[in-house]
Design a protein around this ligand. Structure first.
Ligand SMILES: CC(C)(COP(=O)(O)OP(=O)(O)OC[C@H]1O[C@@H](n2cnc3c(N)ncnc32)[C@H](O)[C@@H]1OP(=O)(O)O)[C@@H](O)C(=O)NCCC(=O)NCCS
Length: 156
């Protein structure tokens, strides 16, 4: 059975491990902890109940630009991934929905944004087909290896 719940401080090494397995964009542990301490209600984990391993996560925040005057509050998905053998079970969609719900309910965020590699077909389908995000603009050479990103947005 897979349990999905809000991420706790002690989950963040497991989240970092999952991230290292699944994505080339990695972060120092302190960046995960910054999310956990600043916006504790926005990051979620999927845990395999038998192994107690974290098999998926969404790491999210409120965009720091939201603190500027006359700027709408918005959420941002920093990172999401699901371990290979747990994919296509609906975990990413559930993790995203929970984070989006709290962005609106707790922070009154007007929209949520994210970046995705233009070649990442699975993630693009998740965001566009399953969650109704749309492409706001393209950010040229956004990633360290030179790949472009779609900057996507969903009104909450
Ligand atoms: C992208 C990713 C998070 C999806 O996780 P997942 O748990 O398998 O996704 P879900 O099962 O919730 O899928 C929801 C929808 O996403 C789309 N989708 C997911 N995987 C897909 C694939 N391999 N090909 C096409 N569409 C896919 C489908 O529309 C799916 O809906 P459906 O099952 O009704 O067809 C996962 O593939 C992953 O971890 N990839 C590596 C890390 C990554 O790319 N993260 C995103 C960075 S922006």
């Amino acid at each position: 059975m897979i349990q999905i719940r809000q991420a706790l401080i002690e989950d963040f090494t497991g989240i970092q491990n999952c991230n290292l397995h699944n994505l080339p964009e990695n972060y120092q542990l302190k960046y995960y902890l910054y999310h956990a301490l600043t916006w504790p209600q926005l990051s979620f984990v999927a845990i395999d109940s038998s192994s107690k391993r974290i098999v998926g996560y969404v790491l999210a925040k409120i965009d720091e630009d939201s603190e500027k005057p006359n700027t709408p509050i918005s959420g941002h998905i920093t990172s999401i991934s699901v371990m290979r053998s747990y994919r296509k079970l609906g975990l990413a969609k559930k993790l995203m929905k929970l984070s989006q719900y709290n962005m609106k309910a707790i922070y009154n965020a007007a929209f949520v944004s994210l970046h995705v590699r233009v070649g990442n077909q699975a993630a693009i389908a998740l965001y566009q087909k399953s969650l109704s995000f749309s492409v706001d603009h393209v950010e040229k050479k956004y990633y360290a290896d030179g790949e472009d990103a779609y900057s996507m947005k969903l009104i909450l």
